[in-house]
Design a protein around this ligand. Sequence first.
Ligand SMILES: NC(=O)c1ccc[n+]([C@@H]2O[C@H](COP(=O)([O-])OP(=O)(O)OC[C@H]3O[C@@H](n4cnc5c(N)ncnc54)[C@H](OP(=O)(O)O)[C@@H]3O)[C@@H](O)[C@H]2O)c1
Length: 285
Amino acid sequence: MYAIMGATGKVGGAAARALLARGEPLRVVVRDAAKGKPWQERGCEIAIADLDDAAGLARAFGGCAAAFVMLPSNFDPSPDFHETKAKLATLRQALDEARPGRVVALSTIGAEARRPNLLNQLGLLEQALATPGLPTTFLRAAWFMQNAALDVAAARDTGVIQSYLQPLDRPVPMIATEDVGATVAGLLTESWDGPRIVELAAGGVSPNMIAAAFARAIGKPVRADPVPRADWEQIFRSQGMTNPLPRMQMLDGFNEGWIAFGQPGTIARQGRVGIDDVVTKLLAG
Ligand SMILES: NC(=O)c1ccc[n+]([C@@H]2O[C@H](COP(=O)([O-])OP(=O)(O)OC[C@H]3O[C@@H](n4cnc5c(N)ncnc54)[C@H](OP(=O)(O)O)[C@@H]3O)[C@@H](O)[C@H]2O)c1
């Protein structure tokens, strides 16, 4: 039995679909029963648990050959990341209680970066969930190509997408969430010892390449424009963020190259889905 968190989201959903396609038995962890119904209809067991419910998560992971665990994104954290720390303490407690055979935890490119930024939250995850004697893989995924969902309306309506990744011709390691989910499914069924870190990307994709993919899919010109660094804070605050600094520091890390792959001691895996496929699907809704 494999337990999957986040199945109503992009990565967990793709992982669950990939495991079902292999005929593997699955326990899907959802926050309410209604969201579990479609998975139940596909033959999955359902466990209802939230990241503030250690006992529920322990029941969800109990007796499993392997469990996939993840945190939801938090772009606007408190300066001390206390929300993330509380969720990690819950996960830690649940894993200690349930002791699944193996754990695959979703992490990110840049999780090892010491400089303050948003991705320190996933660095905390790696520290909190490394467990002596429990084979654990931290899957450091590249920038999700699906982040381009935010550009769909602008590409279609104005032919201009706004980019915080700069310069516009600089490729950044990216990955489609289908590939992340498929990799999670593969990792869950492998055997290994102790903690290990896997870096996953399909290749480098620049903002100009994203704009070109939109242009090809829409059939009209689309270009990327850089959002001036001096405007970021005001833009993020106008969107409702109260602590935009960690997000800005993360973008600096990508743009300055100190958030990068090729970290010593990691294992590299390669995704297959390209930006054209992702953009075409995003446009189709
Ligand atoms: N965006 C990127 O470029 C990137 C790159 C690398 C790594 N990541 C990491 O990827 C993760 C996000 O993955 P995703 O895009 O697949 O997420 P997503 O599509 O936003 O889905 C989030 C999932 O988490 C569940 N969830 C939310 N709050 C929860 C809680 N309190 N307890 C239990 N489950 C909860 C949601 O369930 P409901 O349906 O009930 O809300 C949903 O299934 C983050 O950890 C992020 O740091 C992102």
